[in-house]
Design a protein around this ligand. Structure first.
Ligand code: C2E
Ligand code: MG
Ligand code: MG
Length: 780
């Protein structure tokens, strides 16, 4: 930055203050705009008025001058007439006529002298027809020949030029009785005379009689009897010129009247000054008024601006509605808008904090409320957080449809709210609820509270008009024992729920520290599983399947083993569930399929391989293409591959599952129903798909030695399966007694430790070779 910009000059600072503060505001701009508009209009009016005034003054002056000129002419004519009358009286006097006729010079001179005195003339003379001039004093009398023509033509009044200057003259003929001459009388038209005349005029005038020879060019060209304006030496003047009648040849005098314009305009200039002063006062008034008026517009705007800013800062604001004009209505609309925004905000907050389906608080609100409750908790008081997960809710959704599932969730929510009015019930998502109960004292029985929660789920429900039940698993964590903050409590309640689920349905479990350890181990196991997938830490073992009808080993079931780097060999029971939970079963299952097909491709043609497929693999799309690719990679004919599925795959969308099963069957692959009898409605599943084989669960086989009921169950299953055209296989055959019952009750295939435990791939060949040995062992 340059130093000049750091040190602002005082002038610049002042300007910044003025422009920033003053002209920046709308109010100032409105006031100035109005004042400027008013000033412009007023300026125009004033200048028009001033112009009009000036023209009016000029016209008045011109008119006055014209009138004065006429008066002037009139006065001159009057004077001449008067002189003419006096001359006429003498010219008609008998004695005078006789004196002229006889040439009596002394009489004439005395008569003329007395005439001169009467009319204040300084020149009176007689001009005879002979051209003789008779006078008391003939000096200065113009040459007779210059007067002759005019007098002869009958001229009686006019200007003559003597050597004393111009003079106003009047003539009268002398007849005795015929014309014998003229009596002429003259009065000087000098400065003094003109000034006397001028004094008679009502306006200030300057009069001058100018002879033709002495006239300036502009005067010579000027039209007679008209008023015109002329500027000379910075002064404007009005002129009037008139041609004066003459009694003498060779002269052309003009009367020039001048009137100073500036003088007459001066009277109006003070009026103009007043006008301008009035205009300035008007502008100042308008500026003040518009400043005030602008305030009525800008002040509400300013309030609006402030209110908007405050609302932006999250404050509550209402504008006062003081008038019912546009501004009042604006304030009203603004208030309405603010109210609408606040309402919408409340709605948004409500939507953001509540579950749309049940109207219960959601996880966010629950977490907040829990934090508040924990902060308020008093010593000796306990707070319970229960996590609830509905049992088999997915089945309700899948079998009865989503609307039924939604209705069930709403009913459960209602029951929970009714049964625990003092508790905070929230829906965390899906079929998971959370319940917060606070203020539990030391002596209260937690078991009773938990039982109370459980009972809410025993209440009968009605879905699609049918009575139904919906159990729930509950995990409970208590503050302060299981955690003093919300996050820990919620995590621990979740762990307890996980345990409750795994312990069997419709039960509750309190958090205990061991659960934390179990969870930690699960997380570790998951990490180890991922590493195993990457590093190839799995191996397949194979357990023979023996056909009683063919009396030979017809296939092997592939069973996965995990060679854990520290724990050694881990059985599937321990990690398959976790792999399913985490989705890792997909890559693992794919590897099993490829490896099993690959191994089986090296076995004799009449020996097949059975591969277990998890429901998760079914749910994920692409199982058929995985199977196809495993088959083609290994070259194993499809009919030598058997996929073992469990009834639990039907928990997912039944239609899709059946479609997938059919597409697999269309590949030529065999489908076996594993662990038959452990599911809910085993028999109904048998009807839903033409399985190639039904594998009777080990639990049924175990009973055979001890109870006789078991025989009937096996018989029922084999009979039904045969009727449906399905083969049967008994799992977990451990001794000869079981074997014999199974054989008797029509079971066609056997699998179990009696024949062989699962063996490593390289031991398969040995088992195939010694296949006959089993028979020996059994029969022997
Ligand atoms: P399963 O499909 O029912 O497999 C039979 C299980 O019974 C095997 O246990 C086998 O070792 C055991 N068994 C066989 N004969 C007897 C006997 O006479 N007595 C007793 N007590 N047990 C016997 P394993 O290998 O531990 O596998 C357990 C389960 O793990 C399997 O049950 C299957 O559901 C699952 N599993 C194994 N391998 C895979 C696999 O590759 N993929 C999937 N998805 N699941 C697998
Ligand atoms: Mg199996
Ligand atoms: Mg099984």
């Amino acid at each position: 930055m340059s130093p000049t910009t750091l040190v602002a000059s005082p002038a610049r600072a002042a300007w910044a203050r003025v422009s920033g503060l003053r002209f920046g505001s709308l109010r100032t701009r409105i006031a100035l705009l109005y004042a400027a508009l008013f000033a412009a209009v007023l300026g125009l009016v004033v200048s028009l008025a001033a112009g009009a005034l000036e023209r009016f003054a000029e016209a008045g002056a011109a008119r006055d001058l014209g009138a004065n000129a006429r008066v002037f002419d009139e006065i001159l004519a009057g004077r001449a007439r008067q002189m003419g009358d006096q001359a006429g009286v003498l010219a008609h006097d008998f004695g005078f006529r006789e004196a002229v006729a006889t040439g009596d010079a002394p009489t004439i001179a005395s008569a003329l002298e007395s005439l001169e005195n009467r009319v204040r003339s300084d020149m009176a003379f007689v001009l005879t027809l002979e051209g003789e001039v008779l006078a008391a004093d003939a000096s200065g009398v113009p040459a007779p020949e210059t007067l002759w023509t005019r007098l002869d033509e009958g001229g009686t009044r006019g200007i003559i030029a003597s050597d004393k200057g111009l003079a106003l003259a009047a003539a009268s003929p002398i007849e005795a009785p015929d014309l014998i001459g003229w009596l002429v009388i003259a009065q000087p038209l000098d400065r003094a005379e003109l000034d006397r005349l001028v004094e008679l005029a009502p306006i200030a005038l300057d009069a001058q009689v100018v002879e033709a020879g002495a006239q300036a060019p502009w005067l010579k060209d000027a039209a007679a009897d008209a008023v015109f304006e002329r500027e000379a030496a910075g002064e404007r003047s009005l002129y009037h010129v008139s041609d004066l009648a003459v009694l003498q040849d060779g002269i052309a005098p003009r009367l020039v009247l001048r009137h100073g314009l500036d003088e007459s305009l001066a009277a109006y200039s003070s009026l103009k000054g007043w006008l301008i002063a009035l205009a300035a006062a008007g502008i100042a008034l308008v500026l003040g008024l518009s400043w005030k008026v602008a305030r009525t517009v800008t002040e509400p705007l300013q309030q609006l601006d402030t209110a908007t800013r405050l609302i932006g800062e999250g404050r509550e604001v209402t504008l006062p509605v003081e008038t019912d004009d546009e501004i009042g209505r604006l304030a009203e609309s603004f208030n309405k808008m603010v109210a609408a925004i606040e309402e919408r905000e409340r709605e948004i907050i409500h939507v953001g904090l509540h579950d749309g389906l049940t109207g219960l608080p959601n996880r966010k609100l629950f977490t907040e409320q829990l934090a508040n409750t924990l902060a308020r908790r008093r010593a000796g008081e306990r707070v319970m957080v229960a996590y609830v997960d509905l049992d088999d809710f997915k089945m309700v959704n899948d079998t009865l449809g989503h609307p039924a599932g939604d209705a069930l969730l709403r009913m459960v929510a209602d029951h929970l709210k009714e049964d625990h009015p003092d508790a905070l019930v929230a829906r965390l998502g899906g079929d998971e609820f959370a319940i917060l109960i606070d203020g539990i004292d030391d002596k209260a029985s937690l078991g009773n509270i938990a039982d109370g929660l459980q009972r809410s789920f025993d209440r009968p429900l009605s879905v699609n008009g049918q009575a139904a039940t919906c159990g729930a698993s509950i995990g409970i964590a208590m503050a302060p024992l299981d955690g003093e903050d919300g996050i820990t409590l919620m995590k621990n309640a979740d762990l307890a729920l996980y345990r409750a689920k795994h312990e069997g349905k419709a039960g509750y479990h309190f958090f205990e520290p061991a659960l934390d350890e179990a969870a930690r181990q699960r997380r570790q196991l998951e990490l180890d599983l991922r590493a195993a997938i990457k590093d190839g830490g799995f191996e397949l073992h194979f357990q023979p399947l023996y056909s009683l009808a063919e009396k030979r080993l017809t296939g092997f079931e592939a069973l996965i083993r995990w060679n854990h780097p520290t724990r050694g060999r881990v059985n599937p029971m321990e990690f398959i569930a976790l792999a399913e939970e985490t989705g890792l079963i997909i890559p693992i299952g794919e590897w099993v399929l490829r490896e099993a097909c690959h191994q089986a491709s090296m076995w004799p043609d009449d020996v097949s391989v059975a591969v277990n497929v998890s429901p998760k693999q079914f749910a994920a799309s692409g199982i058929a293409s995985t199977v196809l690719s495993a088959l083609s990679a290994s070259g194993l004919p499809p009919h030598r591959l058997e996929l073992e599925i469990t009834e639990s795959i039907f928990i997912a969308d039944v239609d899709t599952t059946l479609a997938t099963l059919h597409s697999l069957r269309n590949l030529g692959v065999k489908i076996a129903l594993d662990d038959f009898g452990t599911g809910y409605s085993s028999l109904s599943y048998l009807r839903s798909f033409p399985f190639d084989k039904v594998k009777i669960d080990r639990s049924f086989v175990e009973d055979l030695g001890t109870s006789t009921n078991g025989h009937a169950v096996i018989r029922a299953i084999t009979t039904l399966a045969n009727a449906l055209g399905m083969e049967t296989l008994a799992e977990g055959v451990g001794d000869v007694a079981q074997f014999e019952v199974l054989e008797r009750e029509g079971c066609q295939n056997i699998q179990g430790y009696l024949f062989s435990r699962p063996v490593a791939a390289n031991a398969v060949a040995g088992l195939l070779r010694d296949g006959a040995g089993y028979q020996r062992e059994l029969r022997g």
